[in-house]
Write a protein that binds this ligand. Structure first.
Ligand code: 5GP
Length: 349
């Protein structure tokens, strides 16, 4: 047994120190980034935020709405090939440019991936997603996908430590997905005792990835737009969001009405709800590592996205970053023991 003594930080442990700035207005901030990749010769320009590949969030409806903002959606793996054919037939090139095709690591997933990607050359992103990216099998599956799709932008994860980021990049990933346990409907840390504070995971993993010419996605743990500013400030190239995008028209969630108020159900992909839906229940050898929550229904996603992007632009003006790309260079974190003033938290009307 070994104990690491240096402190690991989450979003709530820091704030970003303001810096002198020549920017007059947040409208001067450019959130678009232009990416090229380690393996894929594809390039991509857009706002590097990704709707999570959870079945309630990564829907075709989400792709349509978020592509208007130049934001990506990792489409969940439960759509059938017929669903994909219909979607591709009615989608513009611009919409398809904002799609990430998600898969697991079974033989059936691989065959389905091949079929989906053969439907349109406009699909450039693949996300190979497992809860635990530390297995040898996962690494060999990633190598297989890279050998078969030399030109695609491949994201793989999830991991939280630099040495595994390096292994995944050397095995064919352009982008590594980082996060174990921070998610809003995740109970992994409680059920297993395993995890890593997300901001430290970002800082350490970004350093490892960038050293090899790769990139990272910070996946999970953002609950307010300030957390996105901290994640980008810490070195994340992309940020994946689940809970912050939940409860909207574009989500696939059961709506329930209590008195005159509407709610939507949102659940983790390892929750009992998800396992009931897709595999007929929780297998005898495992525990659920996700929860189901009821959240107020919020209508269209547009206002939520505008609010997030406004917060990010404002963060950039506070540190004098005219482009999102400059935010990391201009970020100094200060460690804190308080965030917001909560005196009126229960007095909203
Ligand atoms: P959020 O933005 O809601 O904080 O985090 C979203 C991320 O949580 C997802 O992209 C995924 O990585 C993770 N996640 C989703 N469902 C589950 C689950 O049931 N268990 C765990 N451990 N993580 C989950």
């Amino acid at each position: 047994m070994r104990i690491e003594e240096d402190i690991k930080l989450g979003f709530k442990d820091v704030l970003i120190r303001p810096k002198r700035s020549t920017l007059k207005s947040r409208s001067q901030v450019d959130l678009i980034r232009n990416f090229s990749f380690k393996y894929s010769l594809n390039t991509w320009s857009g706002i590097p935020i990704i709707a999570a590949n959870m079945d309630t969030i990564g829907t075709f409806e989400m792709v349509k709405s978020l592509s208007n903002f130049n934001i990506l959606t990792a489409v969940h793996k439960y759509y059938s090939l017929e669903d994909w054919i219909n979607f591709i037939n009615i989608s513009s090139d611009k919409i398809l440019d904002h799609v990430i095709v998600s898969i697991g690591t079974s033989d059936i997933d691989f065959i389905k991936l091949k079929k989906i990607l053969s439907l349109s050359t406009k699909l450039k992103y693949i996300c190979i997603d497992v809860a635990n990216g530390y297995s040898e099998y996962f690494v060999s599956f990633l190598k297989l996908v890279r050998e078969n799709f030399l030109d695609k932008i491949i994201c793989a994860g999830n991991v939280v430590t630099g040495e595994m980021v390096e292994e995944l990049i050397l095995s064919g990933a352009d982008i590594v997905k980082v996060g174990i346990g921070p998610g809003s409907v995740c109970t992994t840390r409680v059920k297993t005792g395993v995890g890593y504070p997300q901001l430290s995971a970002i800082i350490e993993c970004a350093d490892a990835a960038h050293g090899l010419g790769g990139q990272i996605i910070s996946d999970g743990g953002c609950s307010v737009s300030g957390d996105l500013a901290k994640a980008f400030g810490g070195g994340a190239d992309f940020i994946m969001l689940g809970g912050m995008l939940a409860g909207h028209n574009e989500c696939l969630g059961q709506i329930i009405q209590i008195k005159s108020k509407k709610y939507m159900l949102f659940y983790g992909m390892s929750s009992e709800s998800a396992m009931q839906r897709y595999v007929g229940g929780i297998a005898g050898y495992r525990a659920s590592e996700g929860k189901t929550v009821k959240i107020p229904f919020r209508g269209s996603i547009e206002n939520t996205i505008r609010d997030i992007l406004g917060g990010l632009r404002s963060a950039c003006t506070y540190v004098g970053a005219s482009r999102l790309k400059e935010l990391t260079k201009r970020t100094t974190f200060i460690r804190v023991s308080e965030q917001e003033n909560c005196i009126f938290n229960h007095a909203n009307y």
